[in-house]
Design a protein around this ligand. Structure first.
Ligand code: ADP
Ligand code: ADP
Length: 228
């Protein structure tokens, strides 16, 4: 599904952010990417949807080099949930969610159904919330909208970069459960970045432990050896 083959990233001023990384993520798998700040997690994620180009190596999606896809095609098929929620402040929740489905020219009726379905799935009543603007929602609710927006156009792959880091513990727990539920229901391929080991162990089908741009361990939560 997603394959990294000897991928490296050296930033222009010389930082070796990712060093010769090879791994794959299976279809329907949730891979938790964990490691200390600065170990290369975000760089790895951004290379998957070509926000950052690798210095060397190849990334493949569905066995095809990502450079062979049109950028728009690639990004439409990858939902990205960011650490800082970046909803458009002057657009309603509904309009925020509809951006990619509309670019894909989905019919209005289909978009509207999809929005209701997904909002219900993450526990946001569509009738109550879809006409509001982001500032009328709590941080946790906005994060949920971020998740819904990433899923709206039915991407094959979802990248989540510390999506819960700004949340209070209760919202966080709730959203963790939602993600697990989502993955069971719709079998998405998910790469989930966190620096919370408990979150990685409870959510990940496999856990990829990174340090200084390299993979230290990649295993199921059961087989992970902490403090190697
Ligand atoms: P995270 O909290 O996910 O580790 P950071 O806070 O390290 O992310 O980085 C936030 C943004 O700043 C990212 O888009 C990253 O590309 C950029 N960034 C991080 N470190 C540097 C740096 N040394 N020079 C320039 N940009 C950086
Ligand atoms: P993480 O997400 O694990 O915190 P990042 O991928 O954000 O790590 O960063 C990995 C390394 O690359 C860090 O040393 C960071 O400072 C550096 N870095 C990240 N983005 C940039 C950038 N745009 N320019 C230069 N250095 C960067």
């Amino acid at each position: 599904m997603i394959e990294f083959e000897n991928v490296s990233k050296v930033y222009p001023e010389g930082t070796k952010a990712v060093k010769d990384m090879s791994f794959h993520v299976e279809k329907g798998e949730l891979l938790a990417l964990i490691g200390p700040s600065g170990c290369g997690k975000t760089t790895s994620m951004k290379m998957i949807n070509r926000l950052i180009e690798p210095t060397s190596g190849t990334i493949k999606i569905h066995n095809k080099d990502i450079r062979e896809y049109k950028i728009s095609e690639l990004r439409w098929n990858i939902g990205y949930v960011l650490q800082q929620i970046a909803l458009f402040p002057h657009m309603t929740i509904e309009e925020n969610i509809a951006v990619v489905p509309e670019m894909k020219k989905w019919k209005k009726q289909k978009v509207s159904q999809r929005i209701d379905e997904l909002m219900n799935m993450v526990g946001l009543d569509p009738e109550t919330y879809k006409k509001r603007v982001p500032s009328e929602l709590s941080g946790g609710q906005q994060q949920r909208v971020g998740v819904v927006r990433a899923l709206a156009a039915d991407p094959d792959i979802i990248l989540m970069d510390e999506p819960f880091s700004s949340l209070d513990p209760i919202s966080r727990e709730q959203l963790q459960q939602d993600i697990q539920q989502l993955q069971k229901e719709i079998q998405k391929t998910i790469v989930f970045v966190t620096h919370d080991i408990d979150e990685a162990l409870s959510l990940g089908d496999r856990v990829c432990l990174m340090k200084e741009g390299e993979i230290v361990q990649l295993s199921t939560p059961q087989d992970l050896i902490l403090n190697p």
